[in-house]
Design a protein around this ligand. Structure first.
Ligand SMILES: Nc1ncnc2c1ncn2[C@@H]1O[C@H](COP(=O)(O)OP(=O)(O)OP(=O)(O)O)[C@@H](O)[C@H]1O
Length: 329
């Protein structure tokens, strides 16, 4: 699994670009030329990733793109084949217990400890984090506070095996949060959530980022979720980053044009214009109340995603479109 180990780039701690220790302005996650090879297959082919403090980054990509592999390398669960990596100022391969205690991980689903009660599990896991608390960031979370945070108030005494799928997922999130992490990894966090649970989860993520300054790296296949939650989005395909930026920046790369639909005296019209506001102003100035059913549609993240991934999967492109990545940096 680590057959590319011999290719590993020598770490250059004196490199002026690489964060050498941890400082407030430095990225919480930083990779350069990250590569991963399984056997003879290159899954990651030179990934440059960055997550800033208090930022929510969504990592998107088709099945098998290497998202989970990337997260596992950053967490220190998997050794990379080559490239430079810093997470909270430390190379994950050298991360000690104190470093690990500052990370929160929400994996696919917590399947163990079915006979335990919810509170028991969180109290138990929380004890591991206690020595790593600081006055600024007390660890672990108070269990009742944590249960309230993830929407499990009243379920503390429930046996884990009796929780519903959505409640189980909330517990997964609680397990990831119990140590009040500086950096939280979420691998497809809302799979199995109903729409209300999804909305509550999104509020929780924004609260963690905005109020607790938690940096969050999440993978998802739900583009609405990425658009709603993430400060920045990175699209991985074919082992490289094919696009990154805010949802708005990415959409603008695909098209500056907005589509406007309306009816005039009941007849439907559709136009594509660069300046939607000016067009609508003019439309009402001319036709006033004869205008109805107005709708302005800008390109969505989904349009960008589908366009980028389709291009890669059709084999027309084998390298990252550096112009696009650079343009939105
Ligand atoms: N331990 C392993 N040994 C060999 N190949 C692996 C291993 N783990 C993952 N792979 C392969 O690496 C590629 C990337 O897998 P990964 O799970 O990182 O993708 P992903 O983007 O998370 O996919 P998904 O969206 O389906 O979760 C896949 O082709 C997968 O089969």
């Amino acid at each position: 699994m680590d057959s590319g180990e011999e290719d590993r780039v020598t770490k250059t701690s004196s490199d002026p670009v690489a964060p050498s220790g941890e400082k407030a302005a430095e990225p919480v996650v930083w990779t350069r030329g990250l590569r991963m090879r399984y056997g003879t297959t290159d899954v990651l082919r030179g990934v440059d990733l960055r997550v800033n403090r208090g930022e929510v980054l969504a990592l998107l990509g088709p099945n098998g793109a290497g998202k989970t592999t990337t997260i596992e390398i950053l967490e220190g669960f998997r050794r990379r084949s080559a490239g430079e990596v810093r997470v909270l100022g430390v190379d994950p391969d050298d991360g000690d217990e104190a470093w690990r205690a500052r990370l929160g991980v929400v994996l696919q689903s917590w399947r163990d400890h079915g006979k335990w009660r919810v509170r028991e599990l969180l109290d138990h896991l929380g004890r591991y984090y206690a020595p790593y608390g600081t006055p600024h960031r007390p660890r672990p979370y108070d269990t009742d506070e944590l249960l309230a945070l993830v929407g499990l108030t009243g379920r503390g005494d429930a046996v884990i095996a009796t929780l519903s799928g959505g409640q189980r997922r909330r517990l997964d999130v609680a397990v990831g949060l119990v140590g009040r992490p500086d950096l939280l990894f979420l691998d497809e966090p809302t799979v199995g959530f109903d729409p209300q649970a999804r909305r509550e989860f999104h509020d929780l993520i924004r609260r963690l980022a905005d109020l607790e300054n938690t940096s969050i790296l999440l993978t998802t296949h739900d583009l609405d979720e990425a658009e709603r939650l993430a400060d920045r989005i990175t699209i991985l395909a074919g082992g490289v980053i094919v696009a990154e930026g805010t949802a708005e920046e990415l959409a603008r790369r695909v098209s500056e044009v907005a589509e406007i639909r309306y009816t005039l005296d009941g007849r439907p019209h559709t136009v594509s214009v660069a300046d939607a506001t000016a067009y609508v102003r003019e439309l009402f100035a001319r036709h006033g109340e004869a205008v109805g059913d107005l709708e302005v549609r800008r390109p969505r993240l989904e349009d960008v995603y589908v366009a980028m991934v389709r291009e890669f999967e059709s084999g027309r492109r084998t390298e990252a479109p550096s112009g696009l990545v650079e343009a939105v940096r």
